[in-house]
Design a protein around this ligand. Structure first.
Ligand SMILES: [Zn+2]
Length: 368
């Protein structure tokens, strides 16, 4: 006859414990018996765990399930803002195809001294022609690039701004990873594209929302709703960064301005001016990369003196405010842009046929 398994020892040892609970004993014996049974039970269970998996009755398993579910829900709530944005989160399978791209940029954080170096190698199809359009309070250059190719100047004009808030680098980093895709989408839809890769280089260097004086460059525009405040500046365009951008925007005369931000409640796209359909086009594309993307018509809080209030609300220019999820990594941001921006360009202009072997034509900056 084989010896009883350790699991059976556990059952046998726990019978006295159950009987003890049902049968009154003296005040002296009761604690001693409980201690002995607990010790024996722990030893027996340790043996059982090493040799066989204890069988859990189906009724017990059913009782465990709600507790496990509540635990998961509690953890999800406590870290909801960033739970999905780390490499290896639920986006990891989607991002696997670009694991080799931009590892250096993806690992950077605000305030780490990152210097803009967004200069894609020549593709033979288009050229990124950079020019300095102004300087910050700390004398860092503010740059803009015309993405020029065979269809330059023939289509709608898009002005794309990254990092107007220095602690929101997600969009700029994502854009850098897919410069060629955006360039190709612009050519396919004959979009005239101008890109400011960092509108707030001082804030980027400091990892701060505002510039080196702490002034929010997205509250410093001459909108009707501008309100002077220490964080918004004493008057509209009081900052050299906003003056440089305003002059460049005025010269470019955009049909659409796209501004890349990030926020804890992202990702979503907000719109000002005649941009509802364009915002929907972006969200329709971006959901292919991340199902959370949506259109949010109202930010839910006042934004006096914002670029959207000025250009969209007052001037009637279409403005998209693209809000990435704060902390979203560069690869997931690039996926959203690579799906969303082509849809935006298509919505702006009917696609045109571009010869596959068409050569780039450098832009003549002196003609503008
Ligand atoms: Zn922002």
């Amino acid at each position: 006859m084989p010896a009883p398994s350790p699991s059976r020892y556990a059952v046998v040892l726990f019978v006295p414990l159950a009987r003890d609970a049902a049968t009154p004993t003296s005040a002296i014996w009761k604690p001693a018996m409980k201690a002995a049974c607990v010790c024996c039970g722990l030893v027996a269970f340790a043996l059982a765990g090493c040799t066989s998996k204890p069988a859990i009755p189906s009724s017990a398993a059913a009782k465990l399930q709600p507790a496990d579910t509540r635990l998961d829900a509690g953890e999800a709530v406590s870290s909801a803002d960033h739970a999905d944005d780390q490499t290896g989160g639920w986006l990891a399978p989607i991002l696997a195809s670009t694991q080799s791209l931009g590892e250096t940029l993806a690992g950077m954080t605000p305030g780490d001294g990152y210097a803009p170096d967004f200069d894609p190698a020549p593709s033979g199809m288009a050229t990124w022609s950079w020019a300095t359009v102004g300087a910050t309070r700390s004398d860092r250059p503010i740059r803009a690039a015309d993405v020029t190719g065979p269809t330059v100047g023939t289509g709608k004009r898009v002005y794309l701004i990254a990092s107007i808030h220095g602690n929101e680098p997600e969009g700029r980093r994502g854009l850098e990873l897919i410069a060629r895709e955006i360039e190709a989408a612009a050519r396919a839809s004959a979009i005239t594209l101008r890109v400011v890769d960092d509108a707030n280089p001082d804030g980027t260097a400091r990892g701060s929302r505002g510039n080196s004086l702490g002034i929010d460059l997205n509250r410093n525009w001459p909108a009707r709703n501008f309100e002077p405040a220490p964080s918004r500046g004493p008057s509209p365009l009081s900052e050299p960064e906003t003056r440089a951008l305003a002059a460049d925007l005025d010269a470019f005369k955009p049909d659409l301005v796209i501004v890349l931000h990030s926020i804890a409640s992202g990702p979503f796209v907000n719109h000002d001016g005649p941009a509802i359909a364009i915002a929907a086009a972006f969200a329709d594309g971006a959901v292919q990369a991340d199902k959370r993307w949506r259109v949010v018509p109202n930010m839910g809080y006042p934004t006096p003196g914002s670029l959207g209030s000025f250009l969209g609300g007052d001037q009637g220019v279409a403005v998209l405010t693209i809000e990435f999820k704060r902390g979203q990594n560069a690869r997931s941001a690039s996926h959203a842009l690579s799906h969303g921006l082509p849809r935006v360009f298509e919505a702006l202009a009917a696609p045109v046929s571009v010869p596959a072997n068409a050569a780039a034509e450098p832009v003549d900056r002196t003609s503008r």
